[in-house]
Design a protein around this ligand. Structure first.
Ligand SMILES: Nc1ncnc2c1ncn2[C@@H]1O[C@H](COP(=O)(O)OP(=O)(O)OP(=O)(O)O)[C@@H](O)[C@H]1O
Ligand SMILES: [Mg+2]
Length: 371
């Protein structure tokens, strides 16, 4: 290296001490943020509560002021379906893609401001560099939208990487050899199944069926069977408490469900059992299992040996549903396991890339990103 090159590198290293880097897992259900040298500092629902916009349009309509956000994250989720008339709770990401740009911009600026205020090793003088995980199936327009949200919120550089590649790094899969692994990411709004080798996706497919659809199927089941209307947060609680697909345990767990009786309009409580919830979720879970079979069908035979050795790995919080792994294992005859901290794999991968420049270089090379 020339003298000039060495000096340039030294200057770069010096300034990199003062630049701050963050990783973001922008999920349909949860947003996680990793700050360099600090770890995961934000883990909140991707939700925002704001004043409702006026529906009155036309020349005679009063000039509307921008609808101001009222609550973010967990506070907003708690308000869901209990909000006063003038307020609405929105999820800016649906099925992995942006559905409300304005809301996402407010949410991201709020979180970046929070991260900025958190003390770190060096002062945050420059604008941050951001690594964002995106679904493999999103198109160029959606990618540009994600990028512009972060740039508008004050980022200096935005690197978009596929969530599944980040998850593979989070799991600890070596990036530089052809080690095949099947990753099934079951999130809130989408499920992606991908075969990873050499730090890239060999085959990948996604569907819009995931955790939220399981909640909806519970809502519909309770409505049809007991004539009771329950909210999404209650359905999610039931799913987490007694949602299971393992047929082994004979004694079925039971939980109480409170909702509004559709006939009388009055509150009503009923008992629902594990078996009933399994019945409610069966169709949606089958779709996920079928997707795994389809991807395996498209996988190059050369990778099969590796896959048989390493097995199938479930990531994403939706993958924690009891019995899903054994269901996939029965169907595919391939060893399947759920990662501990399944929902943290993508953000862990982001963290690994932020802390280790060599892996980032390798991943950028495979993804065709500029150095
Ligand atoms: N213990 C659990 N058992 C079953 N499901 C769970 C459990 N914990 C969380 N979930 C579900 O996981 C889903 C959220 O998963 P995750 O946080 O991985 O999604 P996301 O990354 O925000 O969304 P996506 O990847 O779809 O964009 C929710 O539907 C939630 O109900
Ligand atoms: Mg996710």
């Amino acid at each position: 290296m020339t003298k000039f090159g060495l000096l340039k590198n030294k200057i770069k290293t010096f300034f990199s001490l003062f630049s701050w880097e963050i990783g973001v897992d922008l999920g349909s259900s949860n947003t996680l943020i990793y700050l360099k040298d600090r770890g995961v500092i934000i883990d909140e629902p991707t939700m925002l509560a704001r004043q409702k916009r006026k529906r009155w349009t036309g020349l005679s309509a009063p000039k509307s002021k921008k609808s101001g956000p009222i609550a973010f994250g967990l506070k907003a989720k708690e308000m869901l379906n209990r909000e006063p008339r003038q307020i609405e709770v929105v999820s800016p990401i649906k099925n992995g893609v942006i559905s409300d740009l304005e809301a996402l911009e407010s949410l991201i600026s709020y979180y970046l401001k929070l991260v900025y205020e958190i003390p770190s090793k060096y002062p945050k003088i420059f604008k941050p560099k951001v690594i964002v995980g995106v679904p493999g199936s999103i198109n160029q327009v959606q990618k540009r939208a994600v990028k512009s949200v972060f740039l508008n919120a004050g980022a200096k550089e935005v690197i978009l990487l596929e969530e599944v590649v980040l998850a593979a790094i989070g799991i600890g899969l070596p990036m530089n050899n052809s080690s095949g692994l099947v990753i099934v990411d079951v999130g809130g709004g989408k499920t992606e199944v991908s075969v990873i080798s050499m730090g890239g996706v060999v085959v990948g497919r996604g569907i819009k069926t995931a955790g939220n659809d399981l909640d909806n199927s519970i809502i519909n089941y309770v409505k049809m069977k007991y004539g009771i209307l329950i909210g999404p947060n209650s359905a999610e609680r039931i799913k987490m408490e007694i949602g299971s697909f393992s047929k082994k345990n004979e004694e079925s767990k039971i939980t109480l469900v409170r909702g509004r009786d559709l006939e009388t309009g009055l509150p009503k409580t009923v008992k629902v059992s594990e078996v009933e919830i399994r019945e409610a979720m069966a169709m949606e879970l089958t779709k996920i299992v079928k997707l795994v079979s389809t991807v395996l069908d498209e996988t190059p035979p050369e990778l099969m040996e590796d896959i048989l050795k390493r097995g199938i790995v479930l990531v994403g919080n939706g993958g924690k549903i009891n019995g899903l792994a054994s269901l996939i294992e029965t169907e595919t005859k391939i060893f399947t396991k759920v990662m501990e901290d399944a929902g943290m794999m993508v953000i862990k991968g982001c963290g690994e890339l932020i802390q280790n420049r060599e892996i980032l270089k390798q991943v950028k090379l495979v993804s065709g990103l500029k150095e």
